[in-house]
Design a protein around this ligand. Structure first.
Ligand code: GDP
Ligand code: MG
Length: 174
């Protein structure tokens, strides 16, 4: 198996769902409350995945993305995280249109995706049930994780690593 593989991951979802908080939680195991929602950031992170050193490039997309920018980010990415907020039904409703746009930009066979329902710590304000998340993930044929960037509950680490594994598997058979 190739060493020092690179995997490009782009994170999408409505503004405020916790994309930046999730990425920073994954990278630092910490929660930082506020980010500039208009900031787009790319991080490079080395991880040991199944005895291989993998360099992950993670693009944390920003709120005011126009269609052209979004298209560019989708073309760039190999693995995608679509995030919604379990306390914001509207953010859940935006998942399917995002996936459809992704399929338009890339051939569906080039789309490796995971679905993340964030803010699982806010159970009292929940608007989207776990079952609805699971059902949507089945429709999208992707893995589903419910988690909290705030408390660290759920498998944020595993989600990113599993996405990397899937992208690498796909690249190996193509
Ligand atoms: P982005 O626009 O998708 O990048 O969202 P941010 O990461 O900037 O987060 C938006 C707001 O939600 C911030 O005030 C965060 O502190 C908050 N937030 C993010 N993740 C969580 C979470 O898991 N639980 C809670 N309670 N708040 C969160
Ligand atoms: Mg952000």
């Amino acid at each position: 198996m190739a060493k020092c593989a690179e995997v490009k991951i782009a994170v999408f979802g409505r503004a405020g769902v916790g994309k930046s908080a999730l990425v920073v939680r994954f990278l630092t195991k910490r929660f930082i409350w506020e980010y500039d929602p208009t900031l787009e950031s790319t991080y490079r992170h080395q991880a040991n995945i199944d005895d291989d050193v993998v360099t992950m490039e993670i693009l944390d997309t920003a709120g005011p993305e126009d269609l052209l920018q979004r298209e560019g980010h989708m073309r760039w990415g190999e693995g995608f995280v679509i995030v919604y907020d379990i306390t914001d039904r509207g953010s859940f409703d935006e998942v399917m249109p995002l996936k459809n746009f992704l399929d338009e930009i890339k051939k569906p066979k080039n789309v490796t995706l995971i679905l993340v329902g964030n803010k699982a710590d806010l159970e009292h304000a929940r608007q989207v049930s776990t079952e609805e998340g699971e059902k949507l993930a089945t429709e999208l044929a992707c893995a589903f994780y419910e988690c909290s960037a705030c408390t660290g509950e759920g498998s944020i680490h595993e989600a990113f690593h599993e996405l990397c594994r899937e992208v690498r598997r796909r690249k190996m058979v193509q």
